[in-house]
Design a protein around this ligand. Structure first.
Ligand SMILES: Nc1ncnc2c1ncn2[C@@H]1O[C@H](COP(=O)(O)OP(=O)(O)OP(=O)(O)O)[C@@H](O)[C@H]1O
Ligand SMILES: [Mg+2]
Length: 377
């Protein structure tokens, strides 16, 4: 049996675990036409989850569109990507798409191109001047809605890594035009995904920005430890391993159910003991050392970017049992200086995404980074 633990790519099929409640909620909400803003720290499984949601919506005849803004840097690039992806996913004969584009987005002047005999394609002329004409932007963004009306269908459009809109050249124009079109759409629901909390916050909770209050907010958390325990034990058993309950517990005490890290850790343990096939609690620590070694380049880079007070604060956090980070005791024992300076440090780490506020507590979003800091103390 091959190593079943997968990391670093979208998980599908039987590698996708749990998320039953999330799937239910998001499928229902988006089918109802409600827009959703989905946030989680990095590598919590947003993309895997939303792709699963889209599969489910497709089964219910909802048209689905997925856009990842991660590598988009200019307005032209965005529209090229946006319009060609839409046309490609319509799966209609090209003549029909061609006439559709001509009717619904007349200012784009589509051209039929016969580069490859037998399979003509549609090219769309796009340049900044054309795009800056409001009518063009509006036509492009209204296309899916009009298409839905025509076909009597519903649609769901996903923008992954949506926070990147902030760094796209002329992104503010894009933001404005999107909002002013999307708000009138009756047949399309929109999901916006992001992992940079402060940027997502700026986009959706700042009253002066176009997307203020545009949808309900949904925060994706880790996968529960019970689900992980079941999955991990099952996989090792199927592979002919004996993994003790305490060994599994220890693994999860390091990864805290963080989806990417739990898969990475599982994979490491699998490889490390694939000859012996017997794993006790203490064997897990060797895997921890290996995992930390493999991830260390990213940890070193992040550590280098921190100021001295930030490093002191993280070191204190890594060795403390509770996280009453603003308590007198925590600050004094760890010699962190004035309360106001700890508050500043915390605000900055929240902005960077290392800390997250849950109810009234702050939690670290990267459990292995904390282990790495601890290891070097
Ligand atoms: N439901 C799941 N079941 C099992 N593993 C998962 C699940 N969701 C995520 N993972 C693990 O986490 C990794 C990251 O998942 P994914 O890329 O979907 O997260 P993301 O939040 O979109 O990440 P990024 O912040 O990098 O965009 C996957 O490669 C996989 O190892
Ligand atoms: Mg993603």
């Amino acid at each position: 049996m091959n190593n079943p633990f997968l990391f670093g790519k979208t998980v599908t099929g039987s590698s996708f675990i749990n998320r039953t409640r999330e799937l239910e909620y998001l499928s229902e909400t988006l089918t109802r036409g409600q827009n959703v803003i989905i946030f989680s720290p990095r590598r919590y499984g947003k993309t895997s989850l939303i792709k699963r949601v889209l599969e489910r919506l497709k089964e219910h005849r909802v048209l689905t569109f997925y856009f990842d803004l991660y590598r988009i840097t200019t307005l032209e690039q965005f529209y090229q990507y946006y319009s060609s992806s839409i046309l490609a996913s319509l799966q209609s004969p090209y003549e029909k798409i061609f006439s559709l584009v001509r009717t619904l987005i007349p200012s784009l002047r589509p051209k039929l191109v016969f580069a490859d005999p037998g399979s003509p394609s549609i090219e769309i002329e796009l340049n900044l001047d054309i795009l800056k004409k409001n009518s063009t932007l509006k036509e492009i963004f209204d296309f899916i809605e009009k298409y839905c009306v025509l076909k009597k269908r519903k649609a769901c459009v996903v923008f992954d890594e949506f926070q990147e809109i902030i760094s796209i050249e002329n992104g503010n124009l894009l933001e404005r035009e999107m909002r002013s079109s999307f708000q009138h759409h009756q047949h399309v629901s929109y999901a916006f995904l992001g992992s940079k909390y402060h940027l997502m916050n700026d986009l959706f909770t700042d009253k002066s920005r176009p997307f203020y209050n545009f949808g309900s907010h949904y925060e994706l958390t880790e996968i529960g430890l019970e689900d992980w325990t079941y999955y991990i034990k099952e996989q090792f058993k199927k592979g002919g391993y004996t993994l003790t309950g305490d060994a599994c517990k220890r693994m999860l005490s390091y990864t805290k159910g963080h989806p990417y890290y739990t898969q990475l850790f599982g994979s490491e343990v699998w490889e490390l003991y694939h000859k012996i096939k017997k794993i006790n609690e203490n064997d897990i620590d060797l895997a921890l050392i290996q995992v930390l070694r493999k991830e260390s380049h990213a940890f070193v880079e992040f550590w280098d970017s921190l100021s001295n007070p930030e490093r002191k604060f993280i070191s204190a956090l890594s060795t403390s049992q509770d996280n009453e980070i603003f308590s007198n005791e925590f600050i004094t024992v760890n010699r962190l200086g004035a309360l106001s300076s700890v508050q500043r440090t915390v605000a900055k780490l929240v902005k960077q995404g290392l800390l997250i506020k849950k109810s009234s507590r702050y939690e670290i979003t990267d459990p292995l980074f904390l282990q790495w800091v601890k290891q070097d103390l």
